[in-house]
Design a protein around this ligand. Structure first.
Ligand SMILES: [Zn+2]
Length: 321
């Protein structure tokens, strides 16, 4: 009997681990969707007819880019960048912001092997501007939703290092802890409304500054997790919680709260910065496209057939989270 009980717990534990691993999507669904949702309400009135009318679309499709990783080999590299690969002995990042110049310095293969999120955010921004210029309403919404996803990823410090899951520093699991577990526990208390949009003179530099700021925060991300873990002791780190129909081993809320406090609310600050950056980029693309009049039109975009054929058994290249 005891053997059967143990087997049952082992099986349940394995299932739980599988569910947790699969759920460890950047910013979690919660983060990406909330960033796209709240960015809409920062926009000036002239943009609201289209964006507010389709806020459901922008929210639901905030994670399309992650789903594409199962289908397109080149998609994975768009979600992160290993900036540590480009650091000199002083810890300064030596990577040109211009794609062509960067390719000349390091080769395109090297760039793709270490992730390209800042380049991708800029390309997505340019694509959105093009969709505004073409008055392509469906194209604008698709591009705006995807831009939101990449902007969200660019604001997560752990998307800017090859030690993306703490695997090099004995902190395995820190990725999902920072971007999924903490928002899951505290996200509803976060301040969602951020300052009104800014027009961005130089979108490329602005995007790079956001990514570099994420990278600068890594010291705190790693150090504070170690400090808090040591202070609370290993036995305080996990607890069992009911999720749906099953019991799951999850990070203890006490530990999560202590980590968040030790980082002085960094997760909330990055979340709010992402909302502000996204709405400002949407706005700038629209201004640079000549401020086209946007219709009150609820679009009905047919789902991307690629996404419908998603095969989750595929092994993802690049960072697993
Ligand atoms: Zn992503």
């Amino acid at each position: 009997m005891l053997k059967r009980v143990l087997l049952f717990f082992l099986f349940d534990f394995l299932i739980t681990m599988m569910v947790v691993a699969k759920a460890a999507i950047p910013w979690g669904f919660w983060g990406h969707r909330h960033i796209n949702y709240y960015a809409v309400f920062c926009l000036p009135e002239a943009m609201l007819p289209l964006f507010k009318t389709n806020v459901d679309y922008l929210t639901r499709h905030a994670v399309d880019a992650d789903q594409r990783r199962y289908l397109l080999a080149e998609e994975a590299a768009r979600h992160y960048i290993d900036l540590d690969h480009y650091e000199n002995e002083l810890g300064e990042v030596c990577l040109p912001q211009n794609w062509k110049t960067a390719c000349d310095s390091f080769s395109m293969d090297t760039l793709k092997a270490h992730g390209i999120v800042p380049f991708q955010v800029y390309w997505s921004y340019l694509h959105l501007q093009k969709m505004f210029e073409a008055h392509d309403v469906n194209g604008v919404l698709k591009a705006a939703a995807d831009l939101g996803h990449y902007v969200g990823d660019a604001h997560v410090p752990l998307h800017t290092t090859s030690n993306y899951n703490g695997q090099k520093t004995g902190q395995k699991g820190i990725h999902a802890f920072w971007e999924s577990r903490i928002p899951e526990l505290s996200g509803e208390q976060y301040l969602n409304f951020v300052p009104a949009v800014n027009y961005i003179d130089d979108p490329q530099s602005f995007i790079w500054e956001a990514v570099l700021e994420s990278h600068r925060l890594l010291d705190t991300v790693f150090l504070m997790e170690m400090v808090v873990r040591e202070r609370l002791g290993e036995e305080e780190l996990y607890t069992i919680a009911k999720k749906g129909q099953s019991l799951q081993r999850v990070i203890n809320p006490v530990y999560a709260r202590a980590y968040e406090d030790a980082m002085h609310g960094m997760v909330e600050r990055r979340y709010r910065s992402a909302i502000h950056a996204l709405s400002s980029l949407w706005y700038t693309a629209w201004v640079n496209a000549g401020q086209p009049t946007l219709p009150f039109e609820k679009v009905n975009i047919v789902a991307d057939t690629l996404l419908l054929t998603q095969d989750s058994t595929l092994v993802l290249p690049g960072h697993a989270e």
